[in-house]
Ligand binder design. Structure first.
Ligand code: ADP
Length: 394
C-alpha cells in the first residue's frame, strides 16, 4: 500500500534523524545554535509518542577547534585524530542541550563493515532497542578511528540508512545545509531548482547529484541519493531538508512540504531481509534465466537449479550471493549450495540433483525466505507476458 507524504510522517513512530557536518560546523568550531535547535525539536518529537535515533556528524568540526588547527587537515590520520578529539566535545554539547529537557543521551560509535557480521549487527540492534526502552536518546556516529569511510566519503548518510533499516524505523530525515535536492548544484548553477519529490531514482536524478563532494569535502548529494536508493527499495521513505531552518523537524512531522521527499518503493522489508540485502557483501553471482526471474519476481518463488545459467566466484553454503538477469542485478540471497555444487547442478531439474551430487539437501538453491529483490520496480522491468522470452520457459 502506497502512502502519501503527510501520512508517512504522521504514521512514523520511529524516526532516524541524520545531522550533517555542514550544519554542525560553525565558523568557530561546532555550531552550538544548531545543536540546541535540533535538540529542542527532537525533544518535542519524542513528546509526540515517537522514538528518535540521531546520527550525528560534526566530530571533526569540534576537534579542529579544540586542537587549535587553522583548518581541516588533509592527511587521513590527522583527520581521524581530530575526530577522536572532537567526538567527546560533540557528545558533551548534545548532553548539555538535552539536559535542559532532562533527557539522557548515549554515544554509539559504529562501522559499516562491523554491521555485516550478523552477531555484531544483532548486538548493536539490541543495545539500541535497550536505550530506546530506557528512553535514552542514542547518538550514533561512524567510528572514525577504525573506519575512514565517513571521513573520505561522507558516508554517515549510508550509516544512517543502515541504522534506519536495522532498527526497522519508519523514515529517515537527512538534515543538511541545503533545502533539498536541486536539479543542479545550486552552489555553481543559479538556474538550479528544488525537487520536492522523487518517485524514481533514475539516472537523471543521480546525475543531478553530480560527483562533487559537499562543503566539508565529504559526501555531498551523492551519498544521500545512495542512501535514498537503499531505503526506498526497502519500502522506507527518506527526506532531505535544511537543518538551518528553525523548526524544520517539527514542520516536517506536521506534514509541511519541505525539502525533497523520496517515495518508498516495494513493501517494507523485514529486518532479516534488509540485513541480507544491505549489510552483506555478495561473495559471488548467480545468473538466472527469464523463467526463473519471472517465478521469483512475479510468483514470489524460490530459485531452483533449473533456472540458473551461470555462476561467478567461489563461495560456500550459506554465503550471500548476488543474482542477475541479462547482466542486470536483481538482488541478493543466501545460498543452500556451494558454488562448486551449483556449477554441477545448474540447469537440472530438482529430481536430477541427487543423481549428480549423490545427495540433495535442498530443492532450492536460494529459498524465497533468504532471497531479497533490491531492484527498483522489479515487476515493471519484466517483459509483458513472455513477449521477449526466447527460452519459452516462463
Ligand atoms: P552534509 O555535511 O550535511 O552531509 P554535504 O556538504 O556533504 O552535507 O552535502 C550538501 C551539499 O551538496 C550542498 O550544500 C551542495 O553544495 C551540494 N550539492 C551538490 N549537488 C547538489 C544538488 N543537485 N542539490 C543540492 N545540493 C547539491
Amino acid at each position: 500500500m502506497k502512502m502519501d507524504r503527510a501520512t508517512c510522517f504522521s504514521n512514523s513512530k520511529r524516526i532516524v534523524v541524520k545531522v550533517g557536518s555542514s550544519i554542525l560546523t560553525g565558523p568557530a568550531g561546532l555550531n552550538l545554535k544548531a545543536i540546541r535547535s535540533i535538540s529542542r525539536q527532537v525533544h518535542r518529537i519524542i513528546g509526540q509518542q515517537r522514538e528518535v535515533l540521531l546520527v550525528s556528524s560534526g566530530a571533526q568540526a569540534a576537534g579542529i577547534r579544540k586542537i587549535g588547527l587553522p583548518r581541516r587537515p588533509d592527511e587521513l590520520p590527522m583527520r581521524q585524530a581530530v575526530a577522536a578529539v572532537g567526538q567527546a566535545g560533540l557528545i558533551m554539547e548534545y548532553e548539555k542541550a538535552f539536559s535542559k529537557y532532562h533527557k539522557k543521551v548515549a554515544q554509539i560509535l559504529l562501522t559499516n563493515d562491523g554491521l555485516s557480521n550478523r552477531k555484531r549487527y544483532l548486538n548493536a540492534r539490541n543495545t539500541l532497542y535497550t536505550l530506546l526502552s530506557w528512553e535514552v536518546l542514542p547518538i550514533i556516529n561512524e567510528n572514525d578511528t577504525v573506519s575512514i569511510k565517513e571521513i573520505q566519503f561522507g558516508d554517515n548518510d549510508n550509516l544512517a540508512a543502515l541504522i534506519t533499516l536495522m532498527m526497522d524505523a519508519d523514515i529517515l530525515i537527512v538534515l543538511s545545509d541545503i533545502d533539498g535536492l536541486y536539479t543542479k548544484n545550486p552552489a555553481s548553477k543559479a538556474e538550479a531548482r528544488l525537487i520536492p519529490m522523487v518517485t524514481h531514482i533514475t539516472k537523471e536524478v543521480e546525475k543531478m547529484a553530480g560527483n562533487l563532494p559537499g562543503s566539508s569535502g565529504t559526501g555531498g548529494m551523492v551519498s544521500k541519493i545512495e542512501a535514498a536508493k537503499k531505503l526506498t527499495s526497502a519500502g522506507i521513505p527518506m527526506v532531505i531538508a535544511n537543518g538551518n531552518h528553525p523548526d524544520v523537524l517539527l514542520n516536517l512531522m506536521s506534514g509541511k512540504e519541505l525539502g525533497t521527499f523520496f517515495v518508498p518503493k516495494n513493501n517494507k522489508f523485514s529486518g532479516r531481509k534488509s540485513w541480507i540485502a544491505f549489510n552483506l557483501k555478495p561473495k559471488g553471482m548467480i545468473r538466472m534465466d527469464q523463467g526463473a526471474a519471472n517465478a521469483i519476481i512475479k510468483g514470489g518463488k524460490s530459485l531452483l537449479p533449473s533456472g540458473i545459467v551461470g555462476v561467478e566466484g567461489d563461495f560456500q553454503v550459506g554465503a550471500p550471493v548476488a543474482f542477475s538477469l541479462n547482466d542486470r542485478m536483481l538482488g541478493t540471497g543466501l545460498v543452500n549450495y556451494s558454488s562448486a555444487d551449483i556449477r554441477k547442478i545448474m540447469g537440472l531439474k530438482t529430481n536430477q540433483i541427487k543423481d549428480r551430487l549423490g545427495h540433495k539437501p535442498y530443492d532450492e538453491v536460494v529459498h524465497r525466505d533468504n532471497l531479497v529483490l533490491t531492484v527498483e520496480d522489479p515487476v515493471g522491468m519484466m517483459p509483458e507476458k513472455s513477449a521477449s522470452n526466447t527460452r519459452g520457459d516462463a
